[in-house]
Design a protein. Structure first.
Length: 536
């Protein structure tokens, strides 16, 4: 029995571990690498067709995003996860496939004339559908037999709807070892979801370390009070509150807060203010939340449900599915809340709302999540006086606010607390899913504070589980320093071009019925623009 670490080793994204036991190959998570990428990952040492099972801790793309790729390459096994994760994967993997297809289409249109070889999308909607067809959901806290000699159990981790830690019991030649994968550890006192559930025993623990060297602060923030202040002050000025938010998870938390604000009439001057969700994925995700209430909601949210109240619904909630509906939002003059994706303002409909509100001194842009370096969101938080959107320079007159303390991840103390929950000390802890030096520091902290041997492998690192021997610490192969940041930047800029092209198409459709003369003029302008760039 052997455990290898493939992805999210000394890195934050691309979680993927391989357990070889009882003549089976079992993957725990199979995520996409996103954002800054420091090290080369080793290939999974078996082919996709030789993998028997994939166990998913949760639906975030950095844990599940490469599953359709494995399907494309011949994976035919079962994908075991919780019911809510299976539901979220159904919408998120389809969305991820759309993005891959869209990018390939764009590249190929451009490359056709130069005779460039056809660019194949990483995977297609058909591959995502294959993956969705292989999902085999199970309940929390149910011990299930995966195959001869291997049993598994999923426990609530309170990080995202359906998120879980996974306990795995492996028995080979009368020796049983138990491995626990934390997945992403949830933060305490967050809305809707329960606190992370402790696990009693393990021989080996594989733990994430995103906040392995930081805390979220001592005091529990008063989210509803702070959010009320931001909304009220903006409405009194006559402006809108624009919230860039991740579609799955954070958007639903915001709805939960707003429902409470409305129910308690905390903004008596504007009791009927309207709230728009402008993101098709967010709307689908909200439906998934409503479907999985019983298995996933915490006590406070359940209390509402028992009283017949849907904690994510309130009077004045409006959704925009089509782009026309999205545009109409800006014609409505009344002060309102607009929640839209992407969370870091790099793509998606949020950019339209920023364009319409950033220049207005009466509006507020309210950030509710982490903003990575280099993103429009980060620039705004750092006080940029002007940002570029759709090629236009937009002056920032709006108030920029952040709802502090809100995070789906446990901080350093939360991670240590969860580890202290084991009644007997595990033989070894493996630290993954953290920034380069953070993984090392957190491993050191575990040894110092709770006296358990810990190490942070590089990709390819592996352990013999029967004898508790580290067979390899993995290989530290840095990505080519010059190539990587440039490529990351190029891809970000490219996404903006794609968004602009989508907008152009929307404008075209809106102009149906214009006079023939104007349409001909518009057509010529588009051809001129296309000819200018289609020049290879
Ligand atoms: Zn996650």
């Amino acid at each position: 029995m052997k455990l290898s670490f493939i992805g999210a080793a000394h890195e934050v994204t691309g979680s993927c571990h391989l357990l070889e036991a009882c003549n089976k190959n079992i993957l725990i998570d199979c995520g996409m690498e996103q954002g800054p990428d420091l090290y080369e990952n080793q290939e999974i040492p078996v082919t996709a067709g030789e993998i028997d099972f994939i166990l998913l801790t949760h639906a975030h793309i950095d844990h599940s995003g490469r599953v359709p790729l494995l399907c494309k390459h011949g994976f035919k096994g079962g994908i075991v996860t919780t019911f809510a994760t299976a539901d979220l994967c159904s919408i998120m993997l389809r969305d991820s496939a759309h993005i891959q297809e869209f990018e390939a289409e764009w590249r190929n249109r451009k490359g056709k004339r130069s005779g460039a070889p056809l660019y194949e999308p990483l995977y297609t909607t058909a591959d995502a559908e294959t993956a969705i067809g292989l999902l085999a959901p199970c309940d929390y806290n149910q011990k299930i037999t995966l195959c001869d000699g291997v049993e598994v159990r999923f426990n609530d981790m309170g990080h995202l709807l359906g998120s879980a830690s996974i306990e795995i019991w492996v028995t080979e030649n009368d020796i049983t070892k138990k491995i626990v994968f934390s997945g992403d550890v949830g933060n305490i006192n967050q809305p809707i979801l329960r606190n992370p559930q402790k696990v009693q025993s393990a021989d080996y623990v594989v733990i994430e370390s995103t906040y392995g060297d930081r805390t979220h602060g001592e005091e529990r923030p008063d989210y509803v009070g702070e959010f009320t202040r931001i909304l009220r002050e903006t409405f009194l000025r006559g402006g809108n509150v624009v919230i860039p938010s991740f579609a799955v998870g954070r958007t639903q938390e915001m709805l939960y807060f707003i429902r409470e604000i409305k129910e308690k009439n905390l903004i008596p001057e504007f009791p009927n203010f309207e709230v728009y969700i402008d993101s098709p994925l967010a709307i689908e995700a909200t439906t998934v939340f409503n479907k999985n209430v019983k298995s996933c909601f915490d006590e406070a949210a359940m209390k509402l449900v028992e009283q017949g109240i849907n904690p994510l619904v309130f009077p004045g909630l409006k959704v925009a599915v089509t782009s026309d509906e999205s545009k109409l939002i800006n014609f409505d003059e009344k002060p309102k809340v607009i929640i839209s994706a992407s969370g870091m303002c790099e793509a998606g409909r949020i950019r339209h709302h920023l364009k319409h509100n950033l220049w207005r001194a009466d509006s507020t842009i309210c950030f509710v999540g982490y903003q990575a370096v280099g993103t429009v969101g980060r620039k705004l938080i750092e006080g940029a006086e002007c940002v570029k959107l759709f090629g236009e320079n937009i002056t920032v007159n709006a108030k920029i606010e952040s709802l502090k303390g809100i995070s789906g991840h446990a901080d350093m103390n939360g991670l240590l607390d969860w580890l202290k929950g084991f009644e007997e000390k595990p033989s070894r802890v493996v630290v993954v899913h953290g920034e380069d030096t953070v993984t090392e520091r957190f491993a050191w902290l575990i040894e110092e504070k709770i006296d358990i041997p810990a190490f942070a492998p590089f990709s390819g690192g592996c352990i013999d589980l029967a004898t508790n021997t580290v067979l390899s610490e993995g290989v530290r192969i840095p990505k080519k320093a010059i190539e990587k940041p440039a490529r990351a930047r190029a891809s970000m800029v490219f996404q903006r071009v794609v968004a602009a092209a989508k907008r152009l198409m929307e404008v075209v459709l809106k102009n149906e019925g214009l006079s023939n003369k104007d349409l001909a003029k518009f057509e010529t302008q588009i051809h001129n623009l296309a000819d200018k760039w289609d020049r290879e």
